[in-house]
Design a protein around this ligand. Structure first.
Ligand code: C2E
Ligand code: CA
Ligand code: CA
Ligand code: CA
Length: 280
């Protein structure tokens, strides 16, 4: 038997149907609709430069306000988008919107150095990815130097040859690259050395343990040293308190992101920080 679930998709309930797929199918239909009905929007989280205390850049993070369920976390719908192929459209929408917003801030004279956008494994492995990025940059009129692409450590290790090519192409057009969630994946040092990347973002899982778990502290120190050896900048994510910040400063980490400075903010609130040249 089947049942209408309120929006436009039919759900078929088979006795053994996996709850997971049931949820994926419902979310897929809703997400498809969200993409065309302006239910998605972006929040921006500042990245702070420790040397100056200024906001040196920011990260765009997608938000979804579902008409019936309210806010749904990207941790929940990004995997669904990846499984169903909708991620292609979603990531493209995010890129366009982030570039459009940043160009507006550039023209008003208060854009920081970089706007970072998260890109899924599926996207970075597409042959036409760099072409799409180029097109979006042209449409938004934003200088490529302002754009930073974040890819997770795991996603670049899935198809390293294709990723290496995409990364080189992105670099050649002037776009910066970050390896996100660093430390949680399984990248080999030889690849890391070949990748044309600018930043390593140390995953929050390590950062939050630096004061309580000696092995986390050692891992973080080792990652900072590794980055230095490879001439990469380090971004620590998920800083929630002063003590953790002090630890990172002592160990010469260059950039920080976290609730201690600011949560991801809606555009008008981010703009306020930029206008008053907020320092931390
Ligand atoms: P991520 O790229 O690792 O982003 C960092 C996440 O940590 C964000 O969660 C951010 O809000 C949160 N965060 C930042 N500072 C702190 C802190 O001090 N404490 C804690 N507890 N959390 C902090 P969010 O926005 O829920 O995003 C979750 C994940 O969803 C992201 O992880 C990213 O993998 C994915 N995502 C978000 N937006 C996009 C997007 O536009 N495209 C793609 N492909 N993925 C996205
Ligand atoms: Ca990220
Ligand atoms: Ca991350
Ligand atoms: Ca993460």
């Amino acid at each position: 038997f089947c049942k209408q679930n309120g929006r436009h998709n039919l759900l078929f309930y088979l006795p053994n149907m996996n709850k997971h797929y049931e949820k994926v199918i419902t979310l897929e239909g809703d997400l498809r609709q969200a993409l065309t009905q302006n239910e998605l929007y972006l929040h921006y989280q500042p990245k702070v430069d420790v040397r100056t205390g200024y906001i040196s850049g920011m990260e765009a993070l997608v938000r979804w306000k579902h008409p019936e369920q309210g806010l749904i976390s990207p941790a929940e719908f990004i995997p669904v988008a990846e499984e169903t192929g909708l991620i292609n459209q979603l990531d493209e929408w995010v890129l366009k919107e982030a570039c459009r917003q940043n160009q507006e801030w550039i023209e008003q004279g208060y854009a920081p150095e970089r706007m970072a956008v998260n890109v899924s494994a599926n996207e970075i492995q597409r042959h036409d990815f760099t072409e799409n990025v180029k097109q979006i940059l042209v449409e938004s009129r934003m200088d490529p130097q302002y754009l930073e692409i974040e890819v997770t450590e795991n996603s670049v290790m899935r198809n390293t040859e294709q990723c290496l090519q995409t990364m080189q192409d992105l670099k050649s057009i002037g776009v910066s690259l970050s390896i996100d969630d660093f430390g949680t994946g399984y990248s080999s040092l030889s690849y890391l050395r070949q990748f044309p990347i600018h930043y390593l973002k140390i995953d929050r899982a390590f950062i939050k343990g630096v004061l309580t778990d000696p092995s986390d502290a050692e891992m973080v120190k080792a990652m900072i040293q590794l980055a230095e050896a490879f001439k990469l900048e380090v971004v620590a994510e998920g800083i929630e308190d002063q003590e953790v910040l002090d630890f990172l400063k002592e160990n010469e980490c260059a950039y920080y992101q976290g609730y201690h400075f600011s949560k991801p903010l809606p555009p008008h609130e981010m703009e306020k920080l930029l206008v008053k040249k907020q320092t931390y």
